[in-house]
Design a protein around this ligand. Structure first.
Ligand code: ATP
Ligand code: MG
Length: 276
């Protein structure tokens, strides 16, 4: 089955169509088959992220906190999608589910063509490392490693050959404008430079999806604007889906699609918001 995803995007998301495509086995990604994905320059077939009937509650001192309720959502591939809503509305919870960092209480989640809740924790952790990249609000870089080594780290974990690794790290550092700072440690870099390293690291293994929880929250507005511009460019150049949470107006202005969330429920999905 060959579906035209950009075409589908223009038609507005149809969850049932998307579900059928994403779970089709003949287009499933290649985990467990062939060489390590990090050493593989072919881009996997793109898939939407699909959430159906997702519920998530937290328990706090015997009190039940409903964080997400009956989430039905399709996030289209190769786009810049922003999840927006007030504090406590469930943005981080939703990103943690999509990023397979946490599991829902009920419902179905399809990421990169896989029904993720059919995987055990080990399989899910491998899947996450191979298919997803993360950019955090506080950068989460390893302080003892240089910029170069931070970007290289996921490739070492993926046992990529040294020559290929060097080439990939150099091209990423160049793409994020940090070639001249490769030998610096995070403590010797500005916030914006650290976030650039984090973006390069998130893209190192050529994930299909990069997730970022408020990536500009710890940056001043000018640096934040530069980082958004960089992420926008990387999203296009690397053909990757970027999914962010943010209430930063600058991030919303850069979005293709906006998912609005309130009190744990999706209240609106706006597609192509900044296209003429
Ligand atoms: N570990 C937890 N234990 C209990 N309740 C939690 C936990 N994490 C989040 N919550 C609750 O779940 C709800 C959603 O929280 P979440 O962190 O997803 O919101 P958010 O939209 O990311 O907020 P913010 O903009 O402040 O980051 C809130 O009511 C929050 O208090
Ligand atoms: Mg949050």
């Amino acid at each position: 089955m060959h579906l035209d995803w950009p075409g589908l995007a223009r038609r507005r998301a149809a969850a049932s169509d998307a579900g059928a495509a994403a779970v089709s086995e003949d287009r499933a990604p290649r985990e467990g088959r062939g060489p390590a994905p990090a050493a593989d320059n072919r881009r996997a077939v793109v898939h939407p992220v699909i959430l159906q009937g997702i519920h998530k509650h937290y328990r706090l001192d015997d009190v039940d906190v409903p964080a997400l309720q009956d989430i039905q959502l399709v996030i289209l591939p190769n786009r810049f999608t922003v999840i927006s809503g007030p504090s406590g509305s469930g943005k981080t919870t939703l990103l943690n589910l999509i990023g397979c960092i946490d599991r829902a209480d009920s419902g179905t989640l399809v990421v990169a063509g896989r029904q993720v809740y059919t995987m055990d924790d080990d399989a899910l952790s491998d899947f996450r490392a191979q298919r997803l990249g993360f950019v955090f609000q506080n950068f989460n870089l390893l302080p003892v490693l240089t910029a170069y080594e931070n970007v290289e780290y996921p490739l070492v974990m993926a046992t990529m050959a040294p020559a290929q690794r060097r080439q990939r790290v150099q091209e990423l550092l160049e793409a994020v404008g940090l070639s001249a700072h490769a030998a610096k440690r995070p403590g010797q870099m500005s916030g914006g430079q650290r976030q650039r390293v984090a973006i390069a690291r998130a893209l190192a293994r050529r994930p299909g999806i990069v997730l970022a929880d408020e990536p500009t929250a710890n940056l001043d507005s000018r640096t934040g604007a530069e980082i958004i511009e960089l992420m926008r460019r990387m999203q296009r150049e690397q053909q990757v889906s970027f999914i962010f949470s943010s209430h930063d107006a600058q991030v919303l202005e850069a979005a293709d699609d906006i998912v609005r969330i309130h009190d744990g429920r999706i209240v609106a999905v706006e597609r192509d918001v900044n296209r003429p």
